[in-house]
Design a protein around this ligand. Structure first.
Ligand code: GDP
Ligand code: IMO
Ligand code: MG
Length: 425
Protein backbone atom coordinates (compact mmCIF):
# COMPACT_ATOMS: atom_id res chain seq x y z
CA UNK A 1 0.00 0.00 0.00
CA UNK A 2 1.58 3.29 -1.12
CA UNK A 3 0.07 6.40 0.40
CA UNK A 4 0.45 10.07 -0.39
CA UNK A 5 -0.34 12.42 2.49
CA UNK A 6 -0.91 16.11 1.81
CA UNK A 7 -1.95 19.22 3.67
CA UNK A 8 -5.37 20.46 2.55
CA UNK A 9 -5.32 24.05 3.85
CA UNK A 10 -2.47 26.53 4.44
CA UNK A 11 -0.11 24.18 6.29
CA UNK A 12 0.31 23.06 9.89
CA UNK A 13 -2.70 20.76 9.71
CA UNK A 14 -0.91 18.11 11.80
CA UNK A 15 0.78 16.23 8.95
CA UNK A 16 3.76 15.26 11.14
CA UNK A 17 1.51 13.68 13.73
CA UNK A 18 -0.47 11.70 11.14
CA UNK A 19 2.70 10.56 9.34
CA UNK A 20 4.10 9.31 12.63
CA UNK A 21 0.85 7.40 13.20
CA UNK A 22 0.83 5.86 9.70
CA UNK A 23 4.55 4.99 9.74
CA UNK A 24 3.68 2.00 11.93
CA UNK A 25 2.45 0.21 8.80
CA UNK A 26 4.92 1.68 6.26
CA UNK A 27 8.47 0.65 5.38
CA UNK A 28 9.70 3.93 3.91
CA UNK A 29 8.73 7.57 4.44
CA UNK A 30 9.62 10.03 1.65
CA UNK A 31 9.70 13.82 1.64
CA UNK A 32 9.07 14.95 -1.94
CA UNK A 33 9.05 18.78 -1.93
CA UNK A 34 9.74 21.84 0.16
CA UNK A 35 12.65 22.18 2.52
CA UNK A 36 13.30 23.38 6.04
CA UNK A 37 10.39 25.82 5.73
CA UNK A 38 8.35 22.86 7.03
CA UNK A 39 7.89 22.29 10.75
CA UNK A 40 6.28 18.93 11.53
CA UNK A 41 5.52 18.16 15.16
CA UNK A 42 5.26 14.73 16.70
CA UNK A 43 4.44 14.32 20.39
CA UNK A 44 5.28 11.03 22.04
CA UNK A 45 4.45 10.85 25.74
CA UNK A 46 5.83 14.02 27.31
CA UNK A 47 8.37 14.61 24.54
CA UNK A 48 7.80 16.96 21.60
CA UNK A 49 9.84 16.46 18.41
CA UNK A 50 9.86 19.04 15.60
CA UNK A 51 11.17 17.95 12.20
CA UNK A 52 11.97 20.23 9.29
CA UNK A 53 13.76 18.19 6.63
CA UNK A 54 13.96 14.70 8.06
CA UNK A 55 10.77 12.71 7.38
CA UNK A 56 8.46 12.39 10.40
CA UNK A 57 8.72 8.60 10.22
CA UNK A 58 12.23 8.79 11.69
CA UNK A 59 10.97 8.21 15.24
CA UNK A 60 10.21 4.60 14.31
CA UNK A 61 13.43 2.59 14.45
CA UNK A 62 14.18 0.56 11.35
CA UNK A 63 11.96 2.56 8.97
CA UNK A 64 13.74 4.09 6.01
CA UNK A 65 13.58 7.85 5.48
CA UNK A 66 14.20 9.45 2.10
CA UNK A 67 14.74 13.03 0.95
CA UNK A 68 13.48 12.88 -2.62
CA UNK A 69 14.63 14.76 -5.70
CA UNK A 70 11.86 17.37 -5.35
CA UNK A 71 13.17 18.67 -2.02
CA UNK A 72 15.43 21.69 -1.61
CA UNK A 73 17.88 20.75 1.11
CA UNK A 74 19.98 23.13 3.17
CA UNK A 75 23.03 21.11 4.27
CA UNK A 76 23.46 23.15 7.47
CA UNK A 77 19.84 22.72 8.50
CA UNK A 78 20.06 19.04 7.67
CA UNK A 79 23.26 18.41 9.63
CA UNK A 80 21.83 20.21 12.65
CA UNK A 81 18.69 18.13 12.43
CA UNK A 82 20.51 14.82 11.97
CA UNK A 83 22.56 15.56 15.08
CA UNK A 84 19.39 16.38 16.96
CA UNK A 85 17.65 13.18 15.86
CA UNK A 86 20.68 11.16 17.01
CA UNK A 87 20.73 13.05 20.30
CA UNK A 88 17.10 11.94 20.79
CA UNK A 89 18.41 8.37 20.61
CA UNK A 90 17.42 7.36 17.06
CA UNK A 91 20.00 5.60 14.89
CA UNK A 92 20.15 6.88 11.30
CA UNK A 93 22.90 4.75 9.79
CA UNK A 94 21.68 2.72 6.83
CA UNK A 95 18.14 4.11 6.91
CA UNK A 96 18.48 7.74 5.89
CA UNK A 97 18.93 8.53 2.20
CA UNK A 98 19.23 11.77 0.20
CA UNK A 99 18.60 11.94 -3.51
CA UNK A 100 21.61 13.02 -5.53
CA UNK A 101 19.08 14.86 -7.69
CA UNK A 102 17.72 17.02 -4.84
CA UNK A 103 18.60 20.69 -5.03
CA UNK A 104 20.65 22.38 -2.34
CA UNK A 105 19.69 25.56 -0.53
CA UNK A 106 22.87 27.58 -0.15
CA UNK A 107 23.68 30.58 2.05
CA UNK A 108 23.17 32.93 -0.92
CA UNK A 109 19.64 31.58 -1.44
CA UNK A 110 18.83 32.47 2.15
CA UNK A 111 20.40 35.93 1.71
CA UNK A 112 18.39 36.47 -1.49
CA UNK A 113 15.18 35.29 0.20
CA UNK A 114 15.62 37.89 2.95
CA UNK A 115 16.69 40.64 0.54
CA UNK A 116 13.80 40.04 -1.89
CA UNK A 117 11.31 39.95 0.96
CA UNK A 118 12.60 43.20 2.44
CA UNK A 119 12.34 44.90 -0.98
CA UNK A 120 8.66 43.99 -1.33
CA UNK A 121 6.37 46.85 -0.34
CA UNK A 122 3.63 46.38 2.29
CA UNK A 123 0.79 44.39 0.79
CA UNK A 124 3.17 42.50 -1.49
CA UNK A 125 5.24 40.79 1.19
CA UNK A 126 4.82 37.02 1.22
CA UNK A 127 5.96 36.49 4.78
CA UNK A 128 8.37 33.71 3.78
CA UNK A 129 10.09 31.59 6.39
CA UNK A 130 13.43 33.07 5.27
CA UNK A 131 14.82 29.59 4.63
CA UNK A 132 15.91 30.33 1.05
CA UNK A 133 13.16 28.23 -0.50
CA UNK A 134 12.04 30.60 -3.31
CA UNK A 135 15.56 31.42 -4.58
CA UNK A 136 16.60 27.73 -4.44
CA UNK A 137 13.60 26.67 -6.56
CA UNK A 138 14.18 29.67 -8.86
CA UNK A 139 17.74 28.40 -9.40
CA UNK A 140 16.39 24.90 -10.09
CA UNK A 141 13.93 25.95 -12.80
CA UNK A 142 16.37 28.57 -14.08
CA UNK A 143 18.81 25.68 -14.55
CA UNK A 144 21.59 27.20 -12.48
CA UNK A 145 20.89 25.34 -9.23
CA UNK A 146 23.21 23.10 -7.26
CA UNK A 147 22.27 19.49 -6.83
CA UNK A 148 23.26 17.26 -3.94
CA UNK A 149 25.20 15.09 -6.40
CA UNK A 150 27.45 18.07 -7.15
CA UNK A 151 29.21 17.57 -3.83
CA UNK A 152 30.68 14.36 -5.24
CA UNK A 153 32.34 16.20 -8.12
CA UNK A 154 35.97 17.37 -8.03
CA UNK A 155 35.01 20.92 -9.07
CA UNK A 156 32.39 21.37 -6.28
CA UNK A 157 34.33 24.16 -4.59
CA UNK A 158 34.85 25.98 -7.91
CA UNK A 159 31.14 25.74 -8.50
CA UNK A 160 30.57 27.45 -5.15
CA UNK A 161 32.84 30.30 -6.16
CA UNK A 162 31.04 30.90 -9.45
CA UNK A 163 27.62 30.68 -7.78
CA UNK A 164 28.64 33.22 -5.12
CA UNK A 165 29.84 35.61 -7.82
CA UNK A 166 26.51 35.35 -9.65
CA UNK A 167 24.47 35.71 -6.47
CA UNK A 168 26.50 38.77 -5.45
CA UNK A 169 25.36 40.59 -8.59
CA UNK A 170 21.76 40.13 -7.47
CA UNK A 171 22.48 40.86 -3.80
CA UNK A 172 24.24 44.09 -4.76
CA UNK A 173 21.32 45.15 -6.94
CA UNK A 174 18.99 44.51 -3.99
CA UNK A 175 21.19 46.62 -1.72
CA UNK A 176 22.07 43.60 0.44
CA UNK A 177 25.41 42.42 1.84
CA UNK A 178 27.51 40.50 -0.66
CA UNK A 179 29.04 37.17 0.36
CA UNK A 180 32.70 36.28 0.45
CA UNK A 181 33.50 33.38 -1.89
CA UNK A 182 36.52 32.16 0.17
CA UNK A 183 34.43 32.15 3.30
CA UNK A 184 31.71 30.15 1.55
CA UNK A 185 34.24 27.61 0.29
CA UNK A 186 35.55 27.26 3.86
CA UNK A 187 32.01 26.88 5.17
CA UNK A 188 30.97 24.16 2.71
CA UNK A 189 34.18 22.11 2.64
CA UNK A 190 33.29 20.07 5.75
CA UNK A 191 29.81 19.42 4.33
CA UNK A 192 31.22 17.08 1.69
CA UNK A 193 32.32 14.23 4.00
CA UNK A 194 29.35 14.85 6.31
CA UNK A 195 26.73 14.41 3.57
CA UNK A 196 28.49 11.81 1.47
CA UNK A 197 27.34 8.71 3.41
CA UNK A 198 23.67 9.53 2.83
CA UNK A 199 23.74 10.49 -0.84
CA UNK A 200 22.29 7.88 -3.13
CA UNK A 201 20.16 7.20 -6.19
CA UNK A 202 16.85 7.28 -4.30
CA UNK A 203 14.85 6.52 -7.47
CA UNK A 204 16.64 3.18 -7.74
CA UNK A 205 16.19 2.61 -3.99
CA UNK A 206 12.44 3.32 -4.12
CA UNK A 207 11.88 1.16 -7.19
CA UNK A 208 13.75 -1.80 -5.71
CA UNK A 209 11.47 -1.50 -2.71
CA UNK A 210 8.35 -1.15 -4.85
CA UNK A 211 9.36 -4.34 -6.65
CA UNK A 212 9.74 -6.03 -3.26
CA UNK A 213 6.16 -4.91 -2.40
CA UNK A 214 7.32 -2.64 0.41
CA UNK A 215 5.00 0.09 1.59
CA UNK A 216 5.86 3.73 0.90
CA UNK A 217 4.42 6.76 2.66
CA UNK A 218 4.87 10.11 0.92
CA UNK A 219 5.02 13.00 3.38
CA UNK A 220 3.80 16.28 1.95
CA UNK A 221 5.06 19.53 3.46
CA UNK A 222 3.19 22.88 3.25
CA UNK A 223 -0.25 22.44 1.71
CA UNK A 224 -2.66 22.77 -1.19
CA UNK A 225 -3.35 26.49 -0.71
CA UNK A 226 0.41 27.17 -0.62
CA UNK A 227 0.98 25.25 -3.88
CA UNK A 228 2.76 27.28 -6.57
CA UNK A 229 0.05 26.29 -9.12
CA UNK A 230 -3.09 25.79 -7.02
CA UNK A 231 -2.56 28.08 -4.05
CA UNK A 232 -3.24 31.75 -3.41
CA UNK A 233 -0.52 32.90 -5.82
CA UNK A 234 1.73 34.82 -5.26
CA UNK A 235 1.25 34.21 -1.51
CA UNK A 236 2.44 30.64 -1.81
CA UNK A 237 5.58 28.56 -1.48
CA UNK A 238 7.65 27.64 -4.54
CA UNK A 239 6.86 23.92 -4.87
CA UNK A 240 3.95 21.54 -5.52
CA UNK A 241 2.80 20.23 -2.14
CA UNK A 242 -0.25 18.65 -3.82
CA UNK A 243 -0.52 14.92 -4.58
CA UNK A 244 1.05 15.14 -8.06
CA UNK A 245 4.21 16.49 -6.43
CA UNK A 246 4.72 13.12 -4.75
CA UNK A 247 5.44 11.57 -8.16
CA UNK A 248 7.56 14.33 -9.67
CA UNK A 249 9.40 14.77 -6.37
CA UNK A 250 10.33 11.12 -5.90
CA UNK A 251 10.47 9.38 -9.29
CA UNK A 252 7.56 7.05 -8.45
CA UNK A 253 4.81 6.76 -11.04
CA UNK A 254 1.16 7.76 -10.36
CA UNK A 255 0.32 4.09 -11.11
CA UNK A 256 2.11 3.09 -7.91
CA UNK A 257 0.00 5.31 -5.67
CA UNK A 258 -2.83 3.43 -3.96
CA UNK A 259 -4.44 6.16 -1.92
CA UNK A 260 -4.30 9.84 -1.06
CA UNK A 261 -4.88 11.11 2.46
CA UNK A 262 -5.61 14.79 3.01
CA UNK A 263 -4.93 16.33 6.39
CA UNK A 264 -7.49 18.89 7.53
CA UNK A 265 -7.50 20.92 10.69
CA UNK A 266 -11.10 21.26 11.87
CA UNK A 267 -10.71 25.04 11.74
CA UNK A 268 -8.30 27.08 9.61
CA UNK A 269 -4.91 28.67 10.20
CA UNK A 270 -2.42 30.51 8.07
CA UNK A 271 1.03 31.84 8.87
CA UNK A 272 2.52 34.52 6.66
CA UNK A 273 0.72 36.94 4.37
CA UNK A 274 -2.05 36.43 1.84
CA UNK A 275 -5.82 36.06 1.65
CA UNK A 276 -7.67 34.10 4.33
CA UNK A 277 -11.45 34.44 3.86
CA UNK A 278 -12.53 33.00 7.23
CA UNK A 279 -9.90 34.73 9.36
CA UNK A 280 -11.12 35.84 12.79
CA UNK A 281 -9.51 38.84 14.41
CA UNK A 282 -11.86 38.75 17.42
CA UNK A 283 -11.98 36.81 20.70
CA UNK A 284 -12.93 33.58 18.89
CA UNK A 285 -9.73 33.82 16.82
CA UNK A 286 -7.76 34.35 20.02
CA UNK A 287 -9.42 31.30 21.62
CA UNK A 288 -8.45 29.14 18.62
CA UNK A 289 -4.87 30.42 18.79
CA UNK A 290 -4.43 29.87 22.51
CA UNK A 291 -6.30 26.54 22.77
CA UNK A 292 -4.67 25.26 19.58
CA UNK A 293 -1.16 26.50 20.47
CA UNK A 294 -1.10 28.17 17.07
CA UNK A 295 2.47 29.42 16.86
CA UNK A 296 4.72 28.41 13.95
CA UNK A 297 6.83 25.28 14.50
CA UNK A 298 9.59 26.76 12.31
CA UNK A 299 9.48 30.51 12.92
CA UNK A 300 7.47 30.79 16.16
CA UNK A 301 5.20 33.37 14.48
CA UNK A 302 1.60 33.51 15.76
CA UNK A 303 -0.67 31.81 13.24
CA UNK A 304 -3.75 33.59 11.93
CA UNK A 305 -6.86 31.60 12.91
CA UNK A 306 -10.41 31.28 11.60
CA UNK A 307 -13.41 29.02 11.04
CA UNK A 308 -13.38 25.93 8.87
CA UNK A 309 -13.54 26.74 5.16
CA UNK A 310 -15.36 24.05 3.16
CA UNK A 311 -14.66 25.86 -0.14
CA UNK A 312 -10.94 25.37 0.45
CA UNK A 313 -11.35 21.76 1.59
CA UNK A 314 -13.56 20.81 -1.36
CA UNK A 315 -11.02 22.34 -3.74
CA UNK A 316 -8.25 20.36 -1.99
CA UNK A 317 -10.32 17.20 -2.31
CA UNK A 318 -10.50 17.68 -6.07
CA UNK A 319 -6.97 18.82 -6.75
CA UNK A 320 -5.45 15.98 -4.72
CA UNK A 321 -8.05 13.27 -5.29
CA UNK A 322 -8.35 12.75 -1.54
CA UNK A 323 -9.69 9.28 -0.67
CA UNK A 324 -9.49 9.67 3.10
CA UNK A 325 -9.29 12.62 5.42
CA UNK A 326 -7.21 12.81 8.54
CA UNK A 327 -9.07 15.45 10.57
CA UNK A 328 -7.17 17.05 13.43
CA UNK A 329 -7.64 19.29 16.44
CA UNK A 330 -11.29 18.54 17.15
CA UNK A 331 -10.48 19.08 20.85
CA UNK A 332 -9.55 22.73 20.19
CA UNK A 333 -13.22 23.46 19.39
CA UNK A 334 -14.49 21.88 22.65
CA UNK A 335 -15.41 25.15 24.38
CA UNK A 336 -17.36 26.89 21.60
CA UNK A 337 -21.15 27.15 22.04
CA UNK A 338 -21.47 27.50 18.25
CA UNK A 339 -19.14 26.32 15.49
CA UNK A 340 -19.19 27.73 11.97
CA UNK A 341 -18.45 26.29 8.54
CA UNK A 342 -17.88 28.54 5.54
CA UNK A 343 -19.77 27.18 2.52
CA UNK A 344 -19.17 29.96 -0.02
CA UNK A 345 -17.93 33.51 -0.59
CA UNK A 346 -20.64 36.11 -1.24
CA UNK A 347 -19.95 39.03 -3.58
CA UNK A 348 -21.54 42.42 -2.82
CA UNK A 349 -24.11 41.85 -5.62
CA UNK A 350 -25.23 38.61 -3.94
CA UNK A 351 -23.43 36.10 -6.17
CA UNK A 352 -21.92 33.26 -4.12
CA UNK A 353 -18.66 31.58 -5.20
CA UNK A 354 -18.58 27.92 -4.28
CA UNK A 355 -15.22 27.26 -5.87
CA UNK A 356 -11.98 28.96 -4.96
CA UNK A 357 -11.39 31.90 -7.34
CA UNK A 358 -8.03 32.18 -9.14
CA UNK A 359 -8.11 35.98 -8.92
CA UNK A 360 -7.38 37.03 -5.36
CA UNK A 361 -8.86 40.45 -6.05
CA UNK A 362 -12.28 38.72 -6.13
CA UNK A 363 -11.86 37.59 -2.53
CA UNK A 364 -11.28 41.11 -1.29
CA UNK A 365 -14.83 41.96 -2.44
CA UNK A 366 -16.45 38.92 -0.83
CA UNK A 367 -17.52 37.83 2.60
CA UNK A 368 -17.81 34.25 3.83
CA UNK A 369 -21.22 32.58 3.96
CA UNK A 370 -21.47 30.61 7.21
CA UNK A 371 -23.50 27.67 8.34
CA UNK A 372 -23.79 27.54 12.13
CA UNK A 373 -23.89 24.33 14.12
CA UNK A 374 -24.29 23.84 17.86
CA UNK A 375 -21.04 23.20 19.74
CA UNK A 376 -20.56 20.23 22.09
CA UNK A 377 -18.95 22.02 25.03
CA UNK A 378 -17.31 19.00 26.57
CA UNK A 379 -13.83 17.52 26.62
CA UNK A 380 -13.15 15.31 23.59
CA UNK A 381 -9.41 14.99 24.23
CA UNK A 382 -9.74 11.68 26.13
CA UNK A 383 -11.83 10.01 23.42
CA UNK A 384 -10.48 6.59 22.47
CA UNK A 385 -13.21 5.54 20.05
CA UNK A 386 -15.26 7.50 17.53
CA UNK A 387 -18.52 6.20 19.04
CA UNK A 388 -17.72 8.00 22.33
CA UNK A 389 -17.80 11.44 20.70
CA UNK A 390 -20.63 13.84 21.58
CA UNK A 391 -23.38 13.81 18.94
CA UNK A 392 -22.79 17.48 18.07
CA UNK A 393 -19.12 16.80 17.35
CA UNK A 394 -20.06 13.92 15.06
CA UNK A 395 -22.65 16.13 13.36
CA UNK A 396 -19.97 18.79 12.74
CA UNK A 397 -17.57 16.27 11.21
CA UNK A 398 -20.34 14.66 9.13
CA UNK A 399 -21.58 18.00 7.82
CA UNK A 400 -18.05 18.81 6.68
CA UNK A 401 -17.79 15.43 4.94
CA UNK A 402 -21.15 16.05 3.19
CA UNK A 403 -19.84 19.37 1.90
CA UNK A 404 -16.39 18.26 0.73
CA UNK A 405 -16.58 14.57 -0.22
CA UNK A 406 -14.09 11.83 0.71
CA UNK A 407 -14.20 9.51 3.72
CA UNK A 408 -13.02 10.01 7.25
CA UNK A 409 -9.91 7.88 7.88
CA UNK A 410 -8.29 9.34 10.99
CA UNK A 411 -9.54 11.70 13.67
CA UNK A 412 -7.14 13.42 16.03
CA UNK A 413 -8.23 14.80 19.40
CA UNK A 414 -4.91 15.89 20.92
CA UNK A 415 -1.21 16.40 20.13
CA UNK A 416 0.04 13.05 21.48
CA UNK A 417 0.48 9.87 19.46
CA UNK A 418 -2.18 8.05 21.53
CA UNK A 419 -4.86 10.66 20.79
CA UNK A 420 -5.35 9.43 17.24
CA UNK A 421 -8.50 7.51 16.30
CA UNK A 422 -8.41 5.15 13.34
CA UNK A 423 -11.82 5.29 11.66
CA UNK A 424 -11.90 3.29 8.45
CA UNK A 425 -8.46 2.98 6.90
P1 GDP B 1 2.32 20.08 10.31
O1 GDP B 1 3.21 21.13 9.78
O2 GDP B 1 1.13 19.83 9.42
O3 GDP B 1 3.04 18.81 10.66
O4 GDP B 1 1.71 20.65 11.67
P2 GDP B 1 2.52 21.41 12.85
O5 GDP B 1 3.31 20.42 13.59
O6 GDP B 1 3.23 22.60 12.30
O7 GDP B 1 1.32 21.99 13.69
C1 GDP B 1 0.36 21.18 14.24
C2 GDP B 1 0.32 21.44 15.76
O8 GDP B 1 -0.87 20.89 16.30
C3 GDP B 1 1.46 20.74 16.50
O9 GDP B 1 1.79 21.53 17.61
C4 GDP B 1 0.83 19.43 16.94
O10 GDP B 1 1.45 18.89 18.11
C5 GDP B 1 -0.57 19.87 17.24
N1 GDP B 1 -1.63 18.86 17.01
C6 GDP B 1 -1.74 17.94 16.02
N2 GDP B 1 -2.92 17.29 16.11
C7 GDP B 1 -3.57 17.81 17.17
C8 GDP B 1 -4.86 17.59 17.76
O11 GDP B 1 -5.64 16.78 17.31
N3 GDP B 1 -5.18 18.36 18.83
C9 GDP B 1 -4.33 19.29 19.37
N4 GDP B 1 -4.73 20.00 20.42
N5 GDP B 1 -3.13 19.54 18.84
C10 GDP B 1 -2.75 18.81 17.75
P1 IMO C 1 4.37 22.86 7.11
O1 IMO C 1 4.97 21.75 6.31
C1 IMO C 1 2.70 26.87 7.11
C2 IMO C 1 4.34 29.71 4.23
C3 IMO C 1 5.14 30.89 4.75
C4 IMO C 1 4.84 31.91 3.68
C5 IMO C 1 4.79 31.08 2.41
C6 IMO C 1 6.08 31.11 1.60
O2 IMO C 1 4.88 22.96 8.50
O3 IMO C 1 2.88 22.86 7.01
P2 IMO C 1 8.48 30.00 1.96
O4 IMO C 1 9.46 30.12 3.09
O5 IMO C 1 8.03 28.60 1.70
O6 IMO C 1 8.93 30.68 0.70
O7 IMO C 1 7.19 30.83 2.46
O8 IMO C 1 4.50 29.76 2.81
N1 IMO C 1 4.82 28.39 4.67
C7 IMO C 1 4.19 27.62 5.57
N2 IMO C 1 3.09 27.86 6.30
N3 IMO C 1 3.31 25.68 7.19
C8 IMO C 1 4.40 25.41 6.44
O9 IMO C 1 4.95 24.17 6.39
C9 IMO C 1 4.91 26.41 5.61
N4 IMO C 1 5.97 26.50 4.76
C10 IMO C 1 5.89 27.70 4.19
O10 IMO C 1 4.70 31.28 6.01
O11 IMO C 1 3.54 32.43 3.89
MG1 MG D 1 4.09 22.94 10.40
Amino acid sequence: MNTVLVGAQWGDEGKGKVIDFLTEEADIVVRFQGGSNAGHTVVVGEKKYVLHLVPSGVLHEGKHCVIGNGVVMDPFDLMKELEQVESWGFELKGRFHISERAQMVMQWHRALDRAEESMRPEGKKIGTTGRGIGPAYAAKVGRYGMRVGDILKPDFLDLIRSQVEEANIKLKALGAHELDADEMVKLYTPMVPALMPYVTDTIQFLHENLDAKKSILFEGAQATMLDIDFGTYPFVTSSNPTAGGACTGSGVSPRSIDRVIGVLKLYTTRVGEGPFPTELTDADGETLRSRGGEFGATTGRPRRCGWFDAVVARYAQRVNGVDYWAMTKLDVLDTFPVVKICTGYRRKDGFVYQTFPADLEVLSHCEPVYEELPGWQCDTSKTTDYSQLPENAKAYVNRILDLIGGKLGVLSVGPARETTLRINI
